[in-house]
Design a protein around this ligand. Structure first.
Ligand code: 4AD
Ligand code: MG
Length: 469
């Protein structure tokens, strides 16, 4: 387990994670632990506080002896949620539920907590906790989710960095709308009612990015393998458990790489991040498996072995139609050419294959203009990764490198050539086969935590009609 490394400014205490990682070496040691009281119990001769400092899923059990502590009464009335500094000795208790206790010699109440503290011992629903987004990181559930989110973000950078990818910061304010991936949030300094764009800050329409792909492609044509990892905004009016207005996307782009290579990178990345989280967040995964998603542990195990399925769209349609003929009911109809709904995606990955599935070669009409046209002239070299419990996790493709075909597709899609001059230039000056994908970071965190609502894997979620803080 990772320990907090020695930085002088952080050394004024021992972290709970370190106590669990190295319990034996702390037998009878004097330590100072600082954190927030999860529970406070007052007995006749002894009091007990479960202290959590956020470094670890587990708490440190503090034992208070009435006789020993002059200000015992004050301490046990500090209130659930209070910030405390506890100096004392570690007693190893291998026969008990907790492997050690901290016997307090001195307790400083850094900050008391009022009796109105909304997080009492009982379990609270995620819906209730969303209304107190500033306090929910103090719960077991959100502690687990946000430690995993942090480790997963690091693992993604590590995966790409280890393989020589260059991290590119694509712009957040953009003048192009990528592929029309979603409705955009406008960025303007005009007052309501003012319409003269020449008076606007940029002198033209501007918006928050819906994808950094087109920008990152320009860097792939110089650095070979690149990725962007940043905030992404879509003014989607769909109030689902899988869509947020502000989310983070990872978009790698690889020059001289075809669709099969694209899927190889995506599969290796998902497996790498899962393994990293499984290794570094053992207690968190245990907790989430017990309380949130009984299949979670098996999900991690399954990712270690076995290849993801790679299935052409056309074959997926056949499978779905066959299921319907055999009595399976879906809300939405299935026909070749239709965009698959979440219920179809989940049926394929949860019922038919029971593992992640790349769906490839979609009809061109339902995919973006930049995807490479296949020889059948009907489908494009796209690959979406569908995973159990979530549905679409990744959307990717091989890009159209042939200028004439790209221009034709842009025309068909009603795009103005002059808006994409920079993009078509990449085909004029040394274009090559290249591919990439976009992974929704929050969807990945849902997959790795078993949490079923995207709002509960984002520190301060922004969804339609909802903007707290
Ligand atoms: O499939 P999408 O729209 O693909 C693109 O934007 C491409 N330009 C990516 C690329 O090839 N570089 O989005 C990619 C992923 C989706 O698979 C989904 O996981 C996530 O981004 N996503 C969202 N996540 C949360 N909230 C939303 N509103 C999302 N929209 C897309
Ligand atoms: Mg998509």
């Amino acid at each position: 387990m990772r320990k907090h490394c020695a930085v002088r400014g952080l050394m004024n205490r021992t972290y709970v994670k370190t106590l669990y990682a190295d319990t034996k070496s702390f037998g009878d040691a004097e330590v100072t632990v600082r954190g927030w009281a999860r529970t406070v119990r007052d007995g006749k001769n002894f009091g007990f506080i479960e202290l959590n400092d956020g470094s670890c899923q587990k708490n440190c059990q503090v034992v208070l002896e009435r006789e020993k502590l002059a200000d015992y009464e004050n301490i046990v009335h500090c209130g659930v949620g209070a910030a405390l500094t506890v100096r004392g000795r570690i007693l190893l208790t291998p026969e008990m539920r907790q492997p050690f206790e901290l016997h307090a010699e001195e307790v400083i109440v850094d900050g008391t907590s009022l009796p109105s503290y909304p997080l009492q011992k009982k379990r609270h629903s995620p819906e209730f906790l969303r209304e107190i987004a500033h306090l929910r990181p103090r719960t077991n559930l959100f502690g687990a989710v946000f430690r995993i989110r942090s480790q997963a973000a690091f693992a993604i950078h590590k995966f790409f960095n280890d393989r020589g990818f260059v991290y590119v910061h694509t712009p957040i304010i953009t003048g192009s709308d990528c592929e029309g991936a979603g409705a955009m949030f406008r960025v303007t300094t005009l007052e309501p009612g003012e319409t003269d764009l020449s008076k606007d800050f940029f002198g033209k329409r501007a918006a928050l990015t819906v994808s950094g792909q087109l920008d990152v492609e320009t860097y792939a044509m110089a650095f070979s393998n690149v990725y962007t990892f940043g905030p992404t905004f879509r003014a989607e009016n769909s109030n689902t458990a899988r869509h947020a207005a502000e989310f983070w996307m990872i978009e790698p782009e690889m020059a001289f790489c075809d669709l099969a290579g694209d899927m190889d990178v995506a599969e290796a990345m998902v497996k790498f991040v899962a393994e990293y989280v499984h290794e570094t967040c053992e207690y968190e995964v245990d907790f989430l498996t017990e309380r949130v998603c009984p299949e979670l542990k098996d999900r991690f195990e399954a990712l270690k072995g076995g290849e993801f399925v790679r299935l052409p769209y056309t074959e997926a349609i056949d499978i779905l139609k066959k299921a319907i003929a055999e009595g399976k009911k879906f809300e939405y109809p299935v026909e070749w050419g239709c965009d698959l709904q979440s219920e179809h995606e989940r049926y394929l990955t949860e019922t038919v294959f029971r593992k992640p599935v790349f769906l490839t070669d979609y009809p061109k009409e339902i995919k973006a203009f930049y995807m490479r046209l296949n020889d059948d002239n009907k489908t494009v070299a796209a690959a979406d990764l569908l995973v159990p419990g979530i549905g679409e996790l990744i959307g990717g493709s091989q890009r159209e490198e042939r200028l004439d075909v790209l221009e034709q597709r842009m025309k068909e899609c009603g795009l103005k050539a002059e808006d994409y001059e920079f993009y078509t230039d990449l085909r004029r000056y040394g274009g090559c086969v290249h591919s990439g994908y976009g992974l929704g970071f929050e969807r990945l965190i849902m997959y790795l935590t078993g949490v079923s609502n995207i709002r509960d894997v984002i520190p301060f979620p922004r969804t339609v009609g909802n903007l707290l803080y």
